[in-house]
Structures are given as C-alpha cells and as structure tokens.
Design a protein around this ligand. Sequence first.
Ligand code: GLN
Length: 540
Amino acid sequence: MPRKKRNDNKKFIVVTGGVLSGLGKGVAAATIGNLITKAGLRVIPIKCDGYLNVDPGTMNPVEHGEVFVLDDGGEVDMDFGHYERFLGINCKFNWNLTMGKVYEALRVKERRGDYLGKTVQLIPHVTDHIKEWFYKVADDEKADVVLIEVGGTVGDIENELYIEACRQLKREVGECNILYVHLTYIPIPTNVHEQKSKPTQQSVALLRERGIDPDIIIGRCSEYLDAHIKKKISTFCDVEENGVISGIDVDCVYKMPVIFSDEGINSIIKEKLCIDSGVSPEWKKLVDNLDKLEKTVNIAICGKYTKLEDSYASILEALKHCSANLKTKICVKMIDTEKVGSQADAKKLLEGIDGVIVPGGFGSRGIEGKIQIVQYCREKNIPFLGICLGLQLATVEFARNVCGLKDANTTEVDEKTKNPVIDIMPEQKEVKDKGATMRLGAYPAIMKPGTIIWALYSKQKEVSERHRHRYEVNPEYHEVLQKHGLVFSGMSPDGKLVEFIELPKEKHKYFVGTQAHPELKSKLEKPGPLFYGLVKACVE
Ligand code: GLN
C-alpha cells in the first residue's frame, strides 16, 4: 500500500474501547453513524474482530450472543444488528473483518506468489491488507463516511494489528478526514461516590502508546459526567473539553443519539470532519414515545439460551420497536423450556403472560418443553409467535395433537421418527462442513392473500426475510397439515417450502409462525410485522 494520501475526501471514524469489554462500543459506534446519516451521507460500518474464526456462525450464542444474519447470508455478530437498526441499511458480510478472514486471505496471496522474494510480516503485510480492505469496502460502497469499530479493548494482543492499521490511516487519508473515538469506563466506587477518571487516563495512555490520540472520549457511566471530570479528562487525555461525552446507562439504546446530541457530540464532529450531524425528528418522536407508554403487556420468550439475554438480542429489540410504535410497555419473561414437562408446568409458568414467543434454536435440549408451551398457547388461545425452530415445533405439536400423528417429530431430535413432519432439506443431507452451510440469508416468500400474515405485511404479494436453518416442513405432510386446518400463509416461490403458517382468526386470536427470522430486519421506524401483530393481539 503506497503511503501517499488518498484524495477522495472520504471520512473515516475509528471507534476503539478501553478498560472493560461490554461497555457498548457497538451501540456507541452505531449512534455516531445514526447522527451522521441525518446529514444525508452514506455511512458504511466495518467491524474488526480479533478472533480466528472466519465468522461467529459456529459459536455458541450463550458465549458470544446472538449470531446476526445478513441479506447476503453472512453470519456476523450482534453489533451488525445495531448498525442496521441505527443506520437503516443492509450490511454485507465483507464489512466484517475477522483475523480468521485476514489470515485466510493472506495465505492465499502468499501461495499465489503475491509476495515473491519477501518475508511476509505482520507489519506491513497484514496491516496493509487490513487497510486495503477498508479502502475497498469504502470504494465499492461509494461511502462518504466509513465507521470502523475495532473489537475488544486497547491492549488486547489480538486486536493490535487493527489498531496499528487504524493509526496508519491518518497519514493516508489526511488529518481532516479522520476522527478517533475512544470509549472508556468511569466507575463511581461506592465508598467515595465520586466519578473516577483514572481508568480512562490509563486506557488513553495505552492508546497513545500505539500512536492514536483520541478526538472524542465517551465515558460510560451510571451518571452524567460532571463538569469537573470532563475538564480533568480533557487535560490529562489531551482532548477538547467538548470532546468528552457522557455514555450514560440507559434503559433503551435508541435514546443514545438524543443523549450524545445533548452532550454536544455534533459540535465536535462538525469541528473535526465538517459534517452537520444530528437526530432526525422521526427518531426523536419514537424515542419520546418510550417515555409515554400507556399500556403494559407481558410476553414470554420460551427457549433454552435464557441465561444470556444477548442470545435473543434482536427479538428483544424487535419488541422495543413495537413498544415505541404502540406506546406499550413490554415486560419480557424468559422461560427455560427444560423446566417444562407437562401442561400443568406450562400453565404455572405462563400465568399472567399475554403472549408467547418460541424463538430459534438448535439441538434437542428443551424441545419437549417448547412443544408443551405451543400446545398450551394453541388450546388456551394465547397469542403465539413461533420463529424458525418455533414454527417447526408448532408444526410438530399440530401434527401430534390435531392431526393425530402421535409420534410426529423433527428429525433434528429423532432421526428415526415414523412421522418426520420436520426434516432436513435434501440439499443439506450431503453437507459435512458446519461453517456457513445452512440455508442462510434473505429468501422471498409468496404470500397467500386473505391471511393474517399477508395483512400484517401490508398485503404484499411477495416478502423477503432472512433465514438460518437446515430443517423444513416435510412436503410429504403438507396435505395432512392443511386438511386439519393449518394455514400456509407464505411459501417459497417454487411452492415447496413452508415459510409462514397461521391458524385462522376464527380459531385463534393470533397463532403464527415463520421459518425465517423476522427479528433481524425489524427497525424502530418499522417494527417487524409479526412482532407488531403479536403485541397488538396482546393489547387487544
Ligand atoms: N435447528 C433448526 C434448523 O436448523 C432451527 C434453526 C433456527 O431456529 N434458527 O432448522
């Protein structure tokens, strides 16, 4: 990579983190992106992860949080959910760099002979490769602003090369085209009850040791940062006073653009990058709604990854979108379906619950409990939404208890079942590798006019949602299921795959399922239709 300046004036914002992980770097980056899109600029996020996996697709959601799926089928981490929701765009798989991807590409280049005669080294070859990746995404996407989030915390070995590449960017893109943002933590020890800046000073010292001087420091804190600490951070860390921003804890992340704006972040963005950022009025209105909730509903998420809420991150966000649009407070209860062994258990656990979601999942743990929950919802007329595995188990329950196929099952749980109503897709049978081999990404479905789901999707003929699964409703059982009253409200264009199911309005208040993951495309400004339908049914 030549060390000459790029002259296209694209802007780069680099977001790093310090002190602790889990401070909300993704949300902070997405918030800055949200404010900048208001200026009508095309903001493209790039996330750099230090791990050696190619993507998080094979990681356990309880360890890593939800795997987010993109339109192009890319499996990425939850931060992309924030980017899509805050920036209103569809991200792409190559906007996520992992060290797995970087080393894979370098190995190919080296074998091809791209480095003939040279010793391939971390610096400059890996860092050049990372920068080339940034520039290529920026050019391919015709970005005005590239928002680069470096995973982990400064000082982690695995992220050093990204930090070094981001340091080098400054000379290449020009000082007036780059903004460095550092997110840190401001503790308030209980014994002194005072905001403390030392961890921030030390974290910024680590960053400066690596050649990066931050322009903005966001201090995550349980309170607004007071003037005294802002001044102190400004002095010790050598940033402008208006560059120290409170990253206050909030009950809902959608408030962040309003908070950062009130904290004055737009003025420093203007000073450094000459961009007029701000909160859009529509966003502000929806956020204001969150403080004016008129009704309350209780929704249960019945799954097995209940120990870490992040496992169902996008579902929780989709519910917040409904909350703002329907001015309804949504209390979520997580139910571990391993604890449900009978209808009596279901009854007890669902007491006071207005609506139920059975989310996606893999493997056989907790499956029979989910089927008990579905049965209880169907028979007791409780609004129900089944997502992916949730649709599959709603189908199993219907086959068992309505169609009379007592031993119906999914072959994911029982390979030898006599009634495999849910079965692995034929093209999946030969697949051996586990990474990126599921039915992944956006697929269209043709809707059945007159159905509840068709109406919820604004009576569109065709809709598109994202998928991540290997199993499907077995075509051999389509007829018997429909004969007994299960409605297939949306099918794949070739008519072979069941994408949406429901029970008719006369039979049930709201009983719907989808083979897709509609939570992934839900937005504050436009909630996922099936979630909207669920919450509305609960309110009614
Ligand atoms: N385990 C099921 C399948 O692979 C469902 C997957 C999911 O819920 N995402 O088909």
